[in-house]
Design a protein around this ligand. Structure first.
Ligand code: GSH
Length: 214
């Protein structure tokens, strides 16, 4: 199994798929393609016509797009619990993963993921604050529904935690004010050993993308 990813410091979609893959416990290799270089497009095109990372390569099967990768991994490794066994919870998990995947454009644009940036305030615009408020609502709702089960949104680490991990990183980096419940969830993600592994590697990278340095 191989995963093609972008720079660990900046590539939020890569982080999502990588976390889900690492959470399965499967052995895998990484192919890192630095983004925003003259060779980026050609390097990505060696693996997918989509022009985007992440891409999962599994014994002749190519899966591109973070959410499709998560679905593939959930089927391949059901014991990893990327989705709940309970269909009601699973529907809820899928809704918030889909909402993350297709939404929050204002937040994603204004707060680029930049793991090694020093923590410093970047006050939200009204559009970004609306995204923050919706995300905090989604987190609180899930945490309250699964209260006592575990530190993540529905207990153990699963698909939606992989999907929201880059948002946690952004909230931390840009010092976004949140409530106690959301803060506890953020701390659980930031101290997750897999997230820490990725973040350590991100901090070692020397590539810089000027447009993402805000
Ligand atoms: N919807 C896609 C989005 C993937 C995406 O936009 N990836 C960015 C990096 S985070 C990318 O590959 N950009 C290509 C480039 O910068 O040339 C997914 O969920 O995987």
């Amino acid at each position: 199994m191989k995963i093609v990813i972008g720079n660990k410091n900046y590539s939020s979609w890569s982080l999502r798929a990588w976390l889900a893959l690492a959470a399965t416990g499967a052995d895998f290799e990484e192919i890192v393609i630095p983004l925003d270089t003259p060779d980026t497009k050609a390097e990505i095109a060696r693996h997918t016509g989509s022009g985007r990372v992440p891409v999962l390569l599994d014994d002749g099967v190519t899966v591109w797009d973070s959410l499709a990768i998560i679905e593939y991994l959930a089927e391949r490794y059901p014991e990893a619990g990327l989705w709940s066994a309970d269909p009601t919870i699973r529907a809820h998990q899928r809704c918030i993963c889909a909402e993350m995947h297709s939404g929050f454009a204002a937040l994603r644009h204004y707060y680029p993921m930049n793991i090694r940036r020093s923590v410093d305030d970047r006050p939200a615009t009204p559009e970004v604050q609306a995204d923050i408020d919706r995300i905090c609502f989604l987190w609180r709702e899930a945490l309250e529904e699964s209260s006592g089960e575990g530190p993540y949104l529905f207990g153990g680490f699963s698909a939606e935690d992989a999907m929201f991990a880059p948002v946690v990183s952004r909230f931390e980096t840009y010092n976004v004010p949140v409530g106690d419940l959301e803060r506890g969830y953020m701390d659980a993600i930031l101290t997750n050993p897999l997230f820490e592994r990725w973040a350590q590697a991100a901090k070692q990278e020397t590539w810089t993308i000027e447009s993402e340095e805000v």
